[in-house]
Design a protein around this ligand. Sequence first.
Ligand SMILES: [Zn+2]
Ligand SMILES: [Zn+2]
Length: 139
Amino acid sequence: MSLPDMAEAWQRTPKIPYGGRCFKHNPNHKCSHYSTLTGNVNTTVYIGDINCFECIENLGNGTASADGLKDGNAPETFYMSRSERKKFNQQKRFNEQHGKCTCGSVWRIRINSVNGKEFLGCSNYPKCKNTASIKSQLK
Ligand SMILES: [Zn+2]
Ligand SMILES: [Zn+2]
């Protein structure tokens, strides 16, 4: 358990205003952000993912228990719903197959309004106007 890192974690924690589900809490502590209406659905099981500064502070001063929390950050898809995870993995496979635009952004499939054909357009459009053709030989 990484309690000595708490001060550092506190520094890293963005001071975002309370916006319902935007906070990930320590599941062992019901802070003032806990919603009695919906229940606290946005808890984390990884210590590195807690982004509620009240929970972090309470972990640091021992008010809240870190028992049961896993070290580090959750895998990228951990908190996603089934459908979000599916979409994420599809996009990941797509990126692996097509690479990225020279500006570092991923490609999106676009449709040419004139001939109706699909092509790759930079997801950073309109800042980046790069395009590429879709590789036909996908594994
Ligand atoms: Zn909290
Ligand atoms: Zn680009």
